[in-house]
Design a binder for this molecule. Structure first.
Ligand SMILES: Cc1cn([C@H]2C[C@H](O)[C@@H](COP(=O)(O)OP(=O)(O)OP(=O)(O)O)O2)c(=O)[nH]c1=O
Length: 204
């Protein structure tokens, strides 16, 4: 399946997972790392606004330099018991996160921002993830692999963190970091991409 796009597309992200997910729609795009201060204020329980705000911040930082492009930014957080769990700062913190999630359900929010001609479109998705009862040996073994440290909440559902998951309610890709089905729907609705037979008009 191929889409056409009228302008160059940029993913403002250093996440290899987001790059892989955006590749699924077959549009050529460039990746530009977006260095932003992720410490923005969270107004009580307004998680959607928080992730969409950070996604916009990431996208704008890149869009300011690439004005002729469509720029996409995203942000993912884990929320449990009304607390936000970002990437763990230390292995001890990762262990603490995973112990707290054990046998319980947490929510993963991913916000997305699309900047085109300085106009923004933002949306978010939320997926609930229920963890199995985890034993300490499994948690320690996982942490020793180094996998949790670059991931919100300290686990990757797409990596060995899958061993912790009992069930999910919602879109899997939202947990990995980019709700690609909804993103494609929004890009199509806004007329930014079009489904076409044959090749894309831009070369990768
Ligand atoms: C919960 C969960 C998160 N994650 C990842 C998605 C995000 O990449 C990361 C959350 O951090 P983010 O700050 O959203 O993203 P990032 O720093 O990796 O990339 P960038 O800001 O440059 O776009 O956690 C997984 O890969 N799997 C999971 O199961």
């Amino acid at each position: 399946m191929k889409f056409t796009i009228k302008k160059p597309l940029i993913l403002a992200s250093s996440s290899p997972r987001r790059k892989e997910l955006l590749s699924l729609i077959g549009i050529p795009f460039d990746v530009v790392h977006s260095q932003v201060d992720e410490n923005i204020a969270l107004t009580a329980d307004r998680y959607p606004e928080y992730v969409m705000g950070l996604a916009e911040k990431k996208a704008r930082a890149v869009a300011n330099k690439y004005r002729e492009s469509i720029v996409i930014g995203a942000d993912t957080i884990v929320v449990f018991d009304r607390k936000v769990y970002p990437k763990p700062a230390t292995e001890e913190e990762a262990e603490q996160f995973l112990k707290e999630f054990s046998g319980k359900t947490h929510s993963v929010y991913t916000g997305v921002a699309i900047i085109n001609d300085r106009e923004k479109i933002t949306f978010y998705n939320k997926t609930d993830v229920t963890f199995r009862d985890l034993d300490e040996e499994l948690i320690r073994g996982y942490i020793a692999s180094g996998d949790p440290m670059d991931k919100a909440g300290g686990y990757g559902i797409q990596t060995a963190g899958a061993l912790f998951v009992d069930s999910i309610t919602g879109d899997y890709q939202t947990v990995v970091g980019l709700p690609i089905a909804k993103l494609t729907e929004v890009l199509r609705k806004e007329g930014l991409i079009e489904l076409k037979d044959g090749e894309t008009i831009l070369d990768n």
